[in-house]
Design a protein around this ligand. Sequence first.
Ligand SMILES: Nc1ncnc2c1ncn2[C@@H]1O[C@H](COP(=O)(O)OP(=O)(O)O)[C@@H](O)[C@H]1O
Ligand SMILES: O=C(O)[C@@H](O)C(=O)COP(=O)(O)O
Length: 425
Amino acid sequence: MAAILGCIADDFTGGTDLAGMLVKAGMRTVQMIGVPSAPLPGDAGAIDAIVVALKSRTAPAAQATTESLAALQWLKDAGCRQFYFKYCSTFDSTDAGNIGPVTDALMDALGARFTIACPAFPENRRTIYKGYLFVGDELLSESGMRHHPLTPMTDPSLVRVLQRQTSRRVGLVSHDIVARGGMAIRERMARLEREGVGIAIVDALSNADLMQIGEALDGMPLVTAGSGIALGLPQNYRKAGWLGDDAAADRILAPPGLRAVISGSCSEATNAQVAHFIAGGGPAHAIDPLRLAAGEPVVEQAIAWAEPLLASGPPLIYATATPGAVKAVQERLGAERAGALVEDALAAIARGLVARGVRQMLVAGGETSGAVVKALGVTGLHIGPQIDPGVPWTVTLGETPLALALKSGNFGGTDFFTKAWSTLA
Ligand SMILES: Nc1ncnc2c1ncn2[C@@H]1O[C@H](COP(=O)(O)OP(=O)(O)O)[C@@H](O)[C@H]1O
Ligand SMILES: O=C(O)[C@@H](O)C(=O)COP(=O)(O)O
């Protein structure tokens, strides 16, 4: 049977986050890197959901919509029956887009008159109440996201944020309705649609809320959300008889081989993970962006440092640095140049390590993961078991499979770099 759910993710780690959620809910899922130029390859096997991961979060809005529409067409051709636009659980976007423009374009293409927008991810402490997004105990605008270099989030009202990005009217399904269950949510959505609302922010505080909202989304052509909402969709497919009870949707065959960790994220969570790994005696090698800028052989030195260590456990190669150190580098090189230099270097190091037998790799950081996956020529990923909420193991499609875990900067427990391997075994 063809895949049921077709998803478009606006970045790679966001894609694996969503795909992991679907797998956890019992759907066999693959993630494609960019819009494939051919139908799904035969080695993808039997699948229930497909995620096409783009790098469109901060692209110009016109480019993001064009790519998203191409992904939609490919997913339609693959036979998918419901579509899902996945963005960040912190609603990363600017007044120029891309959540509004991409949603508008997808709705137009699908002839959808109504959809929801719900970035809630309670397991990672992203909740929505009265349309206001909370990150842990803080409003979005008081969280670290207010300092994001590309998409600073300074308004916690998702209704206002989205209304500035779309000409459709934005409304709200508030928590008092959500608490009354699927039928009440459906009725409120129908009423909002009659009143001329095109997109409704939906409150959600818990996984139980996500299940009720999921029930109400049965038959909605397009859902837009973070990864959390995915939890509640498979129940509809089971009821329709489209989806069996596969208790092992997360089954992957991890290739044996050497292990390594590459980290280019500078988030608080990743800084803590790097510090924990080093404190535990893990071998670690720092990449200095200023030495990269000076043209020194940083990549070659890092590979030469790692090579003899590979046999005895995963070495860590990291550019991860504290906000003060990153700021100092950015003042010297410019944020964009510093980012690109580090991404290119880490991607080249990843390629070098794979050439030396690494087959299992953790990569920390959304942009960093994008650069690594592209450098390795990865076209698609089979999604496996969850390591921590939002981060599953994956195995690349193709002839020389690699086990990859692409970790969004903010996700994962402090011991992520050491504990992740046991999930793979
Ligand atoms: N020491 C550093 N100085 C400046 N920029 C850095 C440094 N280390 C990493 N970077 C850059 O910071 C960005 C981190 O983004 P990303 O990989 O998406 O992580 P996250 O998921 O935490 O946002 C990348 O562009 C990376 O190259
Ligand atoms: O929804 C989320 O929070 C994540 O899936 C995600 O998209 C995070 O983005 P990055 O931190 O840029 O990887």
